[in-house]
Ligand binder design. Sequence first.
Ligand SMILES: *Cc1c(COP(=O)(O)O)cnc(C)c1O
Length: 433
Amino acid sequence: MQFYSTRNPALRVSLREAVMSGLAADGGLYLPISLPAVPQSTIQRLAHFTPPEVAQLILRPFIGDELPDTVLQRISNEAFDFPVPLVKLTDNIGVLELWHGPTLAFKDVGARFMARLMGYFAEQFQQTLTVLVATSGDTGSAVAHGFYRVPGIRVVILYPRGRVSHVQEQQLTTLGDNVSALSVAGSFDDCQALVKQAFVDADLKQRVQLTSANSINVARLLPQMLYYWLAYQQAAAVGQPIIFSVPSGNFGNLTAGLMAKRMGLPVDQFIAATNSNDVVPNYLRTGTFVPRPSLTTISNAMDVGNPSNFVRLLDLYQHEVSAMRQDVVGFHTTDDETRQVIAQVYHDQQYLFDPHGAVGYHALQQYRATKPTPHYGIVLATAHPAKFAEVIEPIIHESVALPERLAQCLHLPNQASPLDNDFAQLKEYLLTK
Ligand SMILES: *Cc1c(COP(=O)(O)O)cnc(C)c1O
């Protein structure tokens, strides 16, 4: 299938081009030119498929002949090798836990698939790709783990020395192999500036094949449709209209859900759940989009004032707010409300939400207060609570144990190399290491 730029529907490229370039040449974001319907008969048989099989089924039309079936099968098996359970909270609320991957956050879903797809295209064209990322913590570790030991790819991660949490630093620096971490004497902004400079250095561009693997890549968006189908697979038996509440920052998560609905996923409604960074709920209410500088909250992976995927949302609904309102309703949640929800659900149901999942849960409650028609509400839980222990522990007055797969890296040696805040040093490293 071809992919078009949101800035120019006539600009069309192959999947490979869209994946390898990330952003379109005109600065637009790529979207598939169509969202083919999944046959009713397949939807009815969905319960019989494993997660990698469901992935192949829904992703096949977008791949066309750019990947052999056997390769799509291998990539799906490797990328989606962790469960996505729908946990019962009450009779009409389920929590879809998206955090069973290696870095305990839902970004693993997109990052693992993207890494393998890029690795395949790189090998196919006999390139060695260097993925260069600056991180303030979390995104970097999902990307690093996604690319870990993928042939044809090396990953170089820049992080601000002394300014990421101990767990985050261990996640980034202990992998080794094709993943190198550089601890920069500077801030996250300095790291980002170094990376940007690398991408515009003509000499470096000639000598090293650089790519950014950032969050707007279609190779991260497409696989995120998968978990909506997996949720339906587990919830269909309930026999009630399904509503998803989606904790949102850059809105890649929600965009993927809306694409799944276009392909025929039986969903009644999506809830765009934000923290105080509520530009999209405001747009849904007023019809006017007003980006703002981001506010800092306890659900910080959603602290986004100008969501990058908003242009994709607009495009999916032909820039008609009334059309978008048919599918999406927006609610925001304050930090105080988030804390109350974490405490209350832990007390009432013995279920521990992380701050992002709690925002999703609270939005569902707000929705219920306005629309009491019977339905089954599914809250997406996007991170494991242990990732936000410093927020959670004072709320529940208990300690939150780190899952084994994360605790392991705490005992491994930090393999980071130090780097001055100096582009010449970074360039030297990229050319010689
Ligand atoms: C990235 C992230 C989100 C927001 O997802 P978007 O696709 O940017 O809307 C929510 N929760 C967690 C834990 C995240 O890491």
